[in-house]
Design a protein around this ligand. Structure first.
Ligand SMILES: CC(C)(COP(=O)(O)OP(=O)(O)OC[C@H]1O[C@@H](n2cnc3c(N)ncnc32)[C@H](O)[C@@H]1OP(=O)(O)O)[C@@H](O)C(=O)NCCC(=O)NCCS
Length: 179
């Protein structure tokens, strides 16, 4: 049975192995990586089946053109387990947890045909810029709180105060989401 759970310290190596398998080394060259390098994520969620990590998603605090937001990614599901709904469960859990923590918006760079089902749209990022060039059709956002990205314009950056305030996300209550 697949459970959605907070990532633990012991999940780090299998998570990295999963990402290598799903995305290969190019994952380190993505524009989003410029906002993730050397930082701890705010939220880190895994899908486990027994002792195996079969999916992962992480979210990182950023400044989106003057508005606080979470940058989602990478999201990956083990190739042999894709199409079972695990990615959707990870996404729903990520958005629910982000909302519960009071975050107002989530941004990402990814396939619009996949992410629109979770409410993401390129309209909300029209005035925003990632640190490297991305296809505007793949630069997406969703508001968890209406108007959270209103007036957001300019670069997506790592705000120094945000980084200072980041707490280790691996500790504390182990969330288990039945969704
Ligand atoms: C994208 C990914 C996370 C989806 O996870 P998953 O567990 O397979 O997704 P789900 O089972 O919840 O959903 C499957 C649905 O998503 C669709 N889908 C999967 N990947 C898609 C994509 N890249 N673009 C559009 N639709 C996609 C499937 O066709 C299926 O559609 P259906 O519900 O109409 O049948 C997974 O396929 C994956 O890890 N892909 C490789 C890594 C990657 O590309 N990650 C980032 C996505 S931009």
């Amino acid at each position: 049975m697949v459970t959605i759970d907070t990532e633990r310290l012991s999940d780090r190596l299998p998570r990295e192995a999963l990402l290598d398998r799903v995305m290969g080394p190019e994952r380190f060259l993505k524009p989003s990586q410029l906002l993730r390098d050397g930082r701890a994520p705010k939220l880190a969620i895994v899908a486990r089946d027994g002792r195996e990590i079969v999916g992962t998603v992480r979210l990182w605090e950023v400044d989106a053109g003057g508005r606080p937001a979470l940058l989602l990614g990478p999201l990956a599901v083990a190739p042999e387990r894709q199409g079972e709904g695990i990615g959707s469960r990870l996404m729903r859990s990520a958005l629910n947890r982000a909302t519960a923590l009071g975050h107002g918006a989530v941004i990402l760079v990814g396939d619009a045909p996949y992410y629109t089902r979770f409410g993401f749209s390129a309209d909300l990022t029209a005035d925003l810029a990632m640190p490297a060039k991305v296809d505007p059709a793949r630069f997406l956002a969703v508001e968890l709180r209406e108007g959270a990205l209103a007036g957001a314009a300019g670069a997506v950056t790592v705000d120094v105060e945000m980084v200072r305030g980041i707490a280790a996300p691996m500790t504390g209550e182990a969330w288990r989401v039945a969704a």
